[in-house]
Design a protein around this ligand. Structure first.
Ligand code: CDT
Length: 324
């Protein structure tokens, strides 16, 4: 039986401290690319905002003081070693980074880079969590709404060569993974491999509610596993984990198959490679049976999904005798 097999690596990163430069992160990433190559991987997925600490936890009154966290060009002198390693090992890579455009717009961005160094696909994060202004109620700030605009590229999918196969690839970034709408928009474009990076604090820093520590990982995995199952695709969810300047991020990176099963999972909160052989033909079962969209979807009943943002209260039912 023929198989459309590719070997995929998730390159989880341990913490990057605020004072550490890109050279340190890039050096660690190149070593992970070497290891991915030795494991036979043809694509390596790095986390969200992989080149620096998770800077949206730090408030800056004047956003210009945050400029040093952003990339204005890819590759740059500092990121060039990633592109060189891709060429040397003939390995594609997915990279999350903070993007500042020539006209001064700021996005939380991911790119998929061909081994030649050419950028195949770019995605800008659409679901930005957190807040825009300093929030005294929070124990740790989460200022993505201050530092980034909502992504303006939609959820693109492209068919591109990966490891000798043509693969339908798409991307999400961190909080996007929790929203079924994002996966479905990718699924409607027959995505086969979803790459996503995340920086997720181990505890909910918003003191307005309580969330048990262990549920944070459960929710991450639930989101990725259900997204893969319901859209018949593979997913690679890759963390930045560990303690950054006293702030804990969980690891638990996974590679997931179209049945929603976890094929590989990180066990540390440090730099760690996870690898899985993905037979892309596995996407066909879901796509042609239970999630055969053309046969079974009912968009005429889904109007609220695109027409409404917040939820609304339902009408109230009362027993006949109580009705006025
Ligand atoms: N980076 C990111 O999107 N993190 C969020 C945590 C949000 S807490 C305000 C996540 O969904 O994992």
């Amino acid at each position: 039986m023929s198989q459309r097999l590719i070997t995929v690596a998730g390159a989880q990163l341990g913490p990057i401290q605020k004072a550490e430069g890109r050279d340190i992160a890039v050096g660690r990433m190149v070593r992970l690319m070497e290891r991915a190559h030795r494991h036979g991987a043809q694509v390596v997925v790095f986390p969200e905002l992989a080149l620096t600490t998770f800077f949206p936890r730090w408030y800056e009154e004047d956003i210009a003081n945050a400029d040093h966290w952003y990339e204005t060009a890819l590759p740059s002198n500092e990121t060039a070693p990633l592109f060189e390693a891709a060429r040397k090992y003939s390995i594609a890579f997915h990279l999350g980074y903070a993007e500042k455009t020539p006209d001064g717009r700021r996005f939380n961005t991911a790119v998929f880079v061909h081994p030649s160094g050419e950028i195949v696909l770019k995605y800008r994060k659409i679901h930005l969590p957190g807040h825009k202004d300093y929030d005294p109620v929070r124990q740790v700030q989460h200022l993505e709404k201050r530092y980034f605009e909502v992504g303006d590229l939609g959820f693109p999918v492209v068919r591109a060569p990966v490891g000798g196969q043509d693969v339908n690839i798409g991307m999400l970034i961190c909080n996007d993974r929790r929203w079924p709408e994002t996966w479905r928009v990718l699924g409607l474009q027959q995505v086969e491999l979803v790459m996503l990076g995340y920086n997720t604090p181990s505890i909910n820093q918003d003191r307005r509610g309580f969330e048990a520590h262990h549920l944070r990982v459960l929710h991450s995995h639930l989101s990725i596993q259900s997204g893969c199952y319901q859209n018949a695709c593979f997913g690679v969810g890759v963390a930045k984990g560990g303690v950054e300047d006293g702030h804990e991020l969980f690891g638990h990176s996974i590679i997931c198959n179209p049945q929603g099963e976890i094929m590989a999972q990180a066990t540390s909160w440090d730099d760690e490679l996870i690898v899985a052989d993905c037979d892309l033909d596995m996407c066909n079962l879901g796509r042609t049976t239970i999630f055969n969209f053309a046969a079974h979807r009912r968009p005429e009943a889904y109007g609220r999904i695109v027409e409404q943002v917040g939820s609304s209260e339902p009408p109230v039912w009362q027993p006949r005798g109580a009705r006025r």
